[in-house]
Design a binder for this molecule. Structure first.
Ligand SMILES: [Zn+2]
Length: 874
């Protein structure tokens, strides 16, 4: 015995030790794998978790799925690489640190200043990052830690700056106007989640720009109407349909305006007059309409909250004063039709409570429509749409292909600049009117870097290739090093909510940088809900920390609970009961293995796992056929991402076929060592991607190599032997066991049996020893082809076979039982007859199935006639 397995499996004692052993083996790094020279590469990038907080169950599911894929492909002998990393998550992290700062020190980021504040952020992320990496390791992740990356480390900074300046040079990145939330008091832009709302009483005014204009508009901010360039109406609004597309020259309180009538589905016909004055420079919604309709943008209000020069008597007034003046003028001219009270939500600054002024300001954009010559004169949007349409990139489940295409088809230019401190500072320098973009500040005095940072998705969008050495490994449109070996990657696995924010960007970025897809498959998992089907969240208090579950039940049980009972793209429930059940299964696997290893001499441990040993009995033939089928099915299920189904079949084989039947038979038939070791080795390999720790722990007790790099079995070419013979023996055993329990026969009481077996007589004679030994409590068994009915015995009909159990009954009880059985059979016969009378079923079902159903009916009828006979004789 190499190392006897402990009586019970203890995950806590084994997991860390095994993880260390794997790390020391070096096999997480594909460069250390002993591979066929032309082995395929199989690469996955771990979606980099935000370093804002520790991981939740959703992350745990990601790790479980990706580790399963990587382990499976490593076992297949592929160059399997799984790249770890974390995301600096610019705005999310900045917010978390700001909140902590306020809570712990009562300070704001402005109090600290940029430099000190960023020091706080780096100190924070050092801690969270190590927590996260620890959690990922605890999940058993076989990530190549030698390639650990961070979206804001030096290599990724180089990649981001290179990308930015190349996009700028090709005219894909440009600077343009966009609406931002501006606080006139703090003199700063605010992110959307820094804007708070306060309910207030306001007035809504209805008026016409001038008396010649045919439509009336309603607004709470008449002063901004000085910058209107259009009026939007709902395209279905019968009142206004005829005006759509027309342009009007109007004079609004002394200011000349050009107003175009445009259609927009989002305009509500029953709000106000159903006609909306469009002010592109001071409303996000209006700005978007202006983008879609190519409208000019007129700035009315400046950074101080005052009316810009160029608006005559209104220039220099505060917004409020201008509003009053305009309303008065409209009233005097008889243009004001209505003035009503209204409560609305005022956007205010979260820091000082001042009303937010939406202003247009210069921001950086990525053009998704710019034609790029070296991409066949196609835009990033066109390339990314084509990739999904041609199925060069495939979504699993397929329905998400449509969601992706819907998003891409409606995609507008992507604003990539953010007015926050933490992140990749935009690599652009200004000196007067001059603009420079590059990797570093240009030489010479007086250059000032853009103060904004990049949208966090800019750097994570480059994740598949920035982690593989781009741009260093890319020269003259040729890949080298890791980039050549591992890009495009094979699968991107993540939550379906990231299709828009992340997946679409990764595809565009990869086309720009490398003119190729970033991955060929996108596997999307659903959300992990709590046991009642509710979303887990910290604030609701129903969140579960994966580490707590691991501590209690072990990593394997946690992984199995996350992988079973789930289907791609669908949300699933998670409960401790589920994990507990999986832990019980893992103990079962341990016990099975322990039984096999202790009952086999050590000299058999080296038995080959690749080729099935010679079978000696029908039970051997059956179990080897089942194993061959299991290997084939598991392989197919893994290839088609049906992990839960694979686990269910493995579970059924392990628990039912192997433990309940074959091991019991093996105790009777003996000399099974080679087959048992063969079965155990293959079973451990097949289970390994799901439950890596326990399988490795068992494996190392009787093997010299590491299970993680064993060879995935190939299903033998021979046709899987679907053995009905063994099924008949199993049916007889089950029938006897059931009869004993229904008749409350003491387990220790031995009984005798006589079987009239018809054409199965030789088979049953050969298997008599097994029938007697497998918990049937049969002392003597006689088998005949046919014979006289036996009185005062329990009769069990099984198709044409009759089983009599002797010395165990009470006549009256038996009669009652048989009457019940008769009623039951009559019901079955009627259902079966109904099915076969259904013309639809008979014409549509394959002939094989119809024949099988007919045989079933025939067998029920035989059983019924036997029971009727016995009842009448009792
Ligand atoms: Zn403010």
């Amino acid at each position: 015995m190499k190392r006897e397995l402990d009586k019970a499996y203890n995950p806590g004692e084994n997991e860390d030790k095994i993880y260390k052993k794997w790390e020391e083996s070096g096999y997480f790094n594909p460069d250390n794998l002993v591979l066929d020279p032309d082995a395929k590469s199989y690469t996955i990038v771990l979606p980099p978790p935000n370093i804002t907080d520790k991981l939740h169950m959703g992350h745990a599911a990601t790790v479980a799925i990706e580790d399963l894929l990587i382990r499976y492909h490593r076992l297949l002998g592929e160059r399997a690489l799984w790249i770890p990393g974390t995301d600096h998550a610019a705005i999310a992290t900045q917010n978390v640190v700001e909140k902590r700062l306020l809570k712990e020190k009562g300070k704001t980021r402005q109090d600290l200043g940029k430099e000190k504040f960023l020091e706080e952020v780096w100190a924070f992320l050092k801690i969270t990052q190590s927590t996260i990496l620890h959690q990922v390791k605890k999940m058993g992740a076989s990530l190549d830690w030698s390639r650990l990356s961070f979206t804001l480390d030096d290599e990724r900074q180089l990649a981001v700056r290179t990308m930015f300046s190349e996009m700028y040079k090709e005219g894909v990145i440009y600077r343009g106007d966009r609406i931002v939330n501006w606080c006139p008091r703090c003199h700063s832009t605010l992110a959307d989640d820094e804007v708070e709302y306060k309910e207030q009483l306001a007035k809504i005014y209805t008026f016409k720009y001038d008396k010649n204009f045919p439509l009336s508009i309603s607004t709470t901010r008449p002063e901004t109407k000085l910058g209107d360039t259009a009026v939007a109406v709902n395209p279905k609004d019968e009142r206004y349909k005829k005006y759509i597309g027309q342009e009007f020259k109007v004079v609004f309180c002394g200011q000349a305006l050009n107003i175009k009538i445009i259609a927009d589905r989002n305009v509500e016909s029953d709000f106000g007059t159903g006609a909306l004055g469009v002010t592109p420079a001071h409303s996000m919604v209006d700005w978007q309409m202006a983008q879609a309709n190519n409208l000019p943008l007129i700035k009315v209000i400046n950074e101080e909250g005052q009316i810009h020069p160029g608006f005559g008597k209104f220039s220099g007034l505060s917004a409020l004063a201008a509003r009053e003046a305009i309303v008065n003028e409209l009233r005097e001219r008889g243009l004001l039709e209505k003035e009503e009270d209204l409560t609305n939500n005022l956007s205010i600054c979260y820091r000082c409570g001042t009303a937010i002024e939406p202003l247009s300001s210069k921001q950086w954009f990525i053009s998704v429509d710019k034609k790029i010559e070296r991409l066949g004169n196609k835009s990033l949007k066109e390339k990314s749409i084509e990739a999904a349409q041609s199925e060069e990139i495939k979504f699993i489940p397929e329905r998400f292909n449509k969601r992706y295409l819907d998003w891409m088809n409606n995609l507008h230019d992507w604003c990539i600049s953010r007015q926050i401190w933490f992140g990749h500072q935009i690599p652009v320098w200004y000196k007067g009117e001059d603009i420079y973009t590059g990797l570093e500040a240009p030489s010479g005095e007086g250059w000032i870097q853009d103060q904004d940072t990049l949208d966090t998705w800019f750097s994570s969008g480059m994740w598949t290739f920035s982690t593989l050495g781009w741009p260093t490994n890319y020269n003259d449109a040729k890949k080298s090093g890791d980039l050549a070996k591992f890009h495009p990657t094979q699968v991107l696995e993540t939550g379906y909510e990231l299709i828009t924010l992340w997946i679409s960007r990764m595809i565009m970025m990869s086309f720009f940088a490398l003119d190729e897809i970033p991955f060929s498959k996108v596997y999307l998992h659903g959300m992990i809900l709590d046991k009642d089907g509710k979303k887990m969240s910290k604030s609701k208090g129903n969140g579960i920390d994966p580490l707590d579950i691991i501590e209690k039940y072990g990593t394997d049980a946690t992984r199995l609970a996350l992988l079973m009972g789930t289907t791609p793209g669908n949300d699933s429930r998670f409960s401790e009961d589920k994990v507990e059940a999986k832990r019980n299964f893992i103990n079962k696997l341990w016990n099975i293995s322990r039984f096999i290893l202790t009952s086999c001499d050590e000299k058999f441990y080296a038995a080959a796992s690749e080729k099935a040993p010679q079978e000696k009995s029908i039970a051997d033939t059956w179990i080897l056929g089942e194993m061959s089928k299991l290997i084939k099915n598991t392989t197919e299920r893994f290839n088609s991402f049906e992990f839960s189904l694979a686990a269910e079949e493995l579970n059924d084989f392990t628990w039912n076929k192997l433990a309940d039947w074959y091991l019991e038979i093996a105790k009777v038939e003996k000399d099974k060592e080679e087959i048992l070791i063969y079965l155990l080795k293959n079973l451990l390999i097949l289970w390994h991607p799901f439950i890596p720790f326990v399988t490795e722990a068992i494996w190392e007790s009787f093997n010299d190599n590491v299970l993680m790099v064993a060879k995935w079995p190939g299903a033998e070419e021979k046709e899987v032997f679907l053995n009905n013979d063994i099924n008949l023996i199993q049916d007889i055993i089950v029938a006897i066991r059931n009869a004993r329990s229904e008749n409350k026969i003491e387990p220790s009481k031995k009984i005798d049996a006589i079987i009239y077996a018809g054409k199965s007589t030789p088979l049953i004679l050969r298997q008599a020893e097994i029938i007697k030994s497998l918990k049937t409590g049969i002392a003597s068994l006689e088998v005949y082809e046919k014979g006289e009915k036996i009185d005062s015995a329990i009769m069990l009909p099984l198709g044409e076979i009759e089983i009599y159990l002797l010395g165990a009954i009470d006549g009256e009880k038996e009669k009652t039982r048989l009457i019940k059985e008769k009623a039951n059979l009559e019901k079955l016969i009627s259902l079966q007859a109904q099915k076969l009378n259904n013309a639809d079923f008979v014409s549509r079902a394959p002939e094989k199935i119809v024949t099988a159903e007919k045989e079933k009916l025939n067998s029920y009828e035989q059983e019924l006639s036997k029971i009727v006979n016995i009842i009448s004789s009792l």
